[in-house]
Design a protein around this ligand. Structure first.
Ligand SMILES: [Zn+2]
Ligand SMILES: [Zn+2]
Length: 137
């Protein structure tokens, strides 16, 4: 995605377009799941005046309008990603790498809805833990 598309997304969600917000989205697009520290360290190179508090505040603002999603990992490190299509996460317990795995979570949600006695399910946040291909070698 380009700067213009990110600006368009911010506008659509009625958030002010700022260089920091664009830089956060660019950073996440480049690196995928990232912690606040990862994002901060990446942005500092482009926007040297930025503070960790500003980055954090902007991440929360982007999350509040669903542009970003938070991902909880078993190591309790909070990570963020751009909210794209629904997917589950694969987590490697050795290298702690987080990978996207796109499946149709709609079917899973439908199944859970029926089995739970029609609990109103709004989203599925699924994390599968194991050993990745590299670490299994
Ligand atoms: Zn691994
Ligand atoms: Zn993901």
């Amino acid at each position: 995605m380009s700067k213009a598309i990110f600006a368009e997304i911010l506008k659509e969600k009625k958030l002010k377009i700022t260089p920091q917000r664009i830089a956060i989205l660019e950073e996440l697009e480049k690196n995928g799941h990232s912690s606040v520290d990862d994002i901060f360290n990446g942005i500092k190179l482009k926007v040297p005046s930025v503070s960790l508090a500003t980055v954090y505040k902007n991440i929360l603002a982007l999350q509040s309008v669903d542009i970003l999603k938070s991902v909880k990992t078993p190591t309790h490190k909070q990570k963020y990603e751009i909210n794209v299509k629904p997917h589950v996460h694969l987590f490697c317990k050795i290298c702690e790498n987080l990978e996207d795995f796109v499946i149709n979570t709609q079917d899973f949600q439908e199944y859970c809805k029926k089995e739970s006695g029609y609990y109103c399910i709004e989203e599925a946040s699924v994390l599968l833990t194991g050993v990745c291909r590299n670490c299994a070698k």
